[in-house]
Design a protein around this ligand. Structure first.
Ligand code: ZN
Length: 254
């Protein structure tokens, strides 16, 4: 790190639990953020400002006027332009020392396998179960930690799925497929603006801790936040030994 970088990141370098070693890890790291909406905005913003060296942003959508209520990387002039491009421009303006890779695509399994392999940590900031399960499969296969967030109405969720830990569950252990979970969308249900900031910032915090190898991760726990009651709840999430996705993990004895 040069003097400018030491100064830029000084408030992290000052932390005993991080220090210069963690900052070097951030600089060498590659984070994949899938979804550049309500959760992806704050998550990517903290990862970029904290100096994560490579940030890949994946989202197929364009900025819409309804996004501006809560997606703080975007301005009026961005309406109609790809979200990943508008986000990349804003993040580069804050931190021109990192590499940002904007990919305007709807992530499908084939893309995700390659993208996840190239990353050190993956943030699930999407809004549909099919993509969440596809991201999870790619993370289990590649043995990459997954930081998952969700926000709808006044309800938020955060969890870490890190199958490098033999005791830790994957996303599928918690939310099986075919359980006819109701798909909920902000477009029809509404979402409280600060809630996406809270959940997205939590995702960034977990991702940075994983990269720094600092503290205890949220793996094996699900955090639930009720923004209306201002109440947090924590549930343990055990590994499902019958899980079709992670029962046989790479590197584990059969
Ligand atoms: Zn599983």
């Amino acid at each position: 790190m040069d003097d400018q970088q030491l100064l830029r990141y000084s408030r992290h370098v000052l932390l005993d639990e991080l220090g210069p070693a963690a900052q070097e890890r951030f600089a060498a790291a590659h984070a994949l953020v899938v979804g550049a909406g309500g959760l992806g905005n704050p998550a990517a913003q903290f990862l970029a400002s904290a100096g994560v060296g490579t940030l890949t942003l994946v989202d197929a959508d364009e900025v819409d006027l309804t996004n501006l209520q809560r997606q703080l990387l975007f301005a009026m002039a961005d309406v109609g332009t790809p979200k990943v491009d508008a986000a990349a421009r804003r993040l580069a303006a804050v931190n021109p020392t990192i590499r940002i890779v904007p990919l305007q695509l709807r992530a499908v399994a084939e893309d995700l396998a390659a993208l996840v392999c190239a990353a050190n940590v993956v943030l699930d900031c999407v809004d549909n179960f099919a993509t969440r399960h596809a991201i999870n499969r790619a993370c289990v296969t590649a043995g990459k930690p997954l930081v998952s967030g969700a926000a709808i109405r006044f309800d938020g969720q955060v969890a870490v799925f890190d199958t490098r830990d033999p005791a830790a569950p994957c996303y599928h252990c918690l939310f099986g497929e075919g359980e006819e979970l109701e798909e909920t969308r902000c477009a029809t249900m509404g979402v409280f603006a600060p809630l996406v900031g809270i959940v997205g910032a939590m995702q960034a915090a977990e991702a940075l801790k994983l990269l720094a190898r600092a503290g205890d991760s949220l793996a094996g726990r699900l955090l639930l936040f009720d923004a209306l009651a201002t109440h947090w709840r924590e549930l343990p999430v055990p590994r499902d030994p019958q899980c079709p996705v992670c029962a046989h993990r790479p590197g584990e004895p059969q």
